[in-house]
Design a protein around this ligand. Structure first.
Ligand code: NAD
Ligand code: UFG
Length: 350
């Protein structure tokens, strides 16, 4: 298939690129680098030993999107392009609605004009809010607690309406739980700008000495050890699910909404211990107050994805920690060489 990855230089997108390219698909990336580095393109080229077809496009730019769709006939789109920081979304809700929802409307319009009718969408466990029952099934009540989550829910609904309006349009909503880890090469991985919001990148930065200690948000949750429990999933397992979802849309000709998680809850301290074992580094931590908006436990029932896609997570917490550590130890500053070479500078200003 000829596949367009919107937001494909981001953390999850670049891992999906590697899986799709390895399966023989012809993959094009579009991104505006608002939360990623041009370095990713060089790394992907090294790993695949071939050039990456890349377009610098902002999803909010309708003309640029129309032009992109005129460059080739895509069979499917995978839509990763969104802003994703919960705290920032509370401070800048308009930016989140503008980027995530306007961008998605433009993309859907460009797809309609170009008659591209297969979409895989990056949704999130955030659409379940504070779950009533665990593990979480896809038919659980949907409720959101912050503007970022609201944009994800609105985007799911918008895509659902497009499917109803055009019975030939096919979509797969993939509700990711907590993606962590990196490609086994250690050449691509998660590189949050500034202070990481999420647990695993924070642990990684403590491990390489960029930060003194981890703040554990709450030690009095009603969980196994008092710390928050989440369903961490290796990013390569997640990436593989995108290829499986594209196959499903082509094969079954039906829409799809599935959870992508391991089904196993892991506490903050369990993840810290797993990381210490994988890295051989001590991770100093301090238990502090709960973070606003956090919930005690979130983990998936991933059985629907197994039944429909034949997909299940294969990597365990040890592998997640091992690969996160390999990436961070090989790239202590992430893609810090950003704009350090002439070609990066040219890409960034193109
Ligand atoms: P990321 O920020 O690393 O990747 C998103 C990419 O989209 C970035 O490269 C960014 O530059 C690009 N982008 C954003 N807005 C754009 C725009 N207007 N035009 C063009 N490009 C744009 O994030 P990620 O972790 O790879 O997440 C990918 C998707 O998965 C997002 O939609 C996110 O909401 C969703 N998701 C992520 C997580 C997670 O914990 N990482 C969990 C659930 C869902
Ligand atoms: N945590 C800490 N210290 C930190 C960071 C996190 O103790 O410095 C704890 C949190 O309190 C939580 C757990 O680690 O118990 C995981 O927190 P993350 O921020 O890594 O992940 P969340 O589950 O809170 O949220 C993430 C994304 C959301 C997404 C959700 C489900 O940020 O956007 O996963 O996909 F919706």
């Amino acid at each position: 298939m000829r596949i367009l990855l919107c937001g494909g230089t981001g953390y999850i997108g670049c891992h999906a690129y590697l899986v799709l390219a390895a399966r023989g698909h012809e993959v094009t990336i579009a991104d505006n680098f608002s939360n990623s580095s041009p370095q990713v393109l060089h790394r992907l080229e090294t790993l695949t030993e071939s050039s990456v077809n890349f377009h610098r496009v902002d999803m909010r730019d309708r003309l640029a999107l129309a032009k992109l769709f005129s460059t080739r006939r895509f069979d499917a789109v995978v839509h990763f392009a969104a802003l994703k920081a919960v705290g920032e979304s509370c401070e800048r809700p308009l930016d989140y609605f503008d980027n995530n929802i306007s961008g998605t409307i433009n993309l859907l319009q460009a797809m309609r004009e170009a008659e591209v009718r297969n979409l895989v969408f990056s949704s999130s466990a955030t659409v379940y809010g504070d779950p009533e029952r665990l593990p979480i099934r896809e038919d659980a009540r949907l409720q959101v607690t912050n503007p970022y989550g609201r944009t994800k829910l609105v985007m799911e609904e918008l895509i659902g309406d497009v499917c109803r309006a055009d019975p030939a349009f096919r979509s797969a909503n993939l509700r990711y739980f907590n993606p962590v880890g990196a490609h086994e090469s250690g050449m691509v991985g998660e590189d949050p700008g500034g202070i990481p919001n999420n647990l695993m990148p924070y642990i990684c930065q403590v491990a390489v000495g960029l930060r003194d200690k981890l703040s554990v948000f709450g030690g009095d949750w009603p969980t196994v050890d008092g710390t928050g429990v989440r369903d961490y999933i290796h990013v390569m397992d997640l990436a593989r699910a995108h290829a499986d979802a594209l196959d499903y849309l082509a094969r079954e000709d039906r829409n799809l909404t599935v959870n992508l998680g391991t089904g196993k809850g892991v506490s903050v301290l369990e993840l810290v211990r797993g990381f210490e074992k994988a890295s051989g580094r001590n991770i100093p931590y301090e238990i502090v107050d709960r973070r606003n908006g956090d919930v005690a436990e979130v983990y998936a029932d991933p059985s629907l994805a197994q039944r429909l896609l034949g997909w299940r997570a294969e990597f365990d917490v040890d592998a997640m920690c091992r690969d996160a550590w390999r990436w961070q130890s090989l790239n202590p500053q992430g893609y810090a060489s950003l704009f350090s070479t002439e070609s990066d500078r040219a890409l960034a200003t193109a």
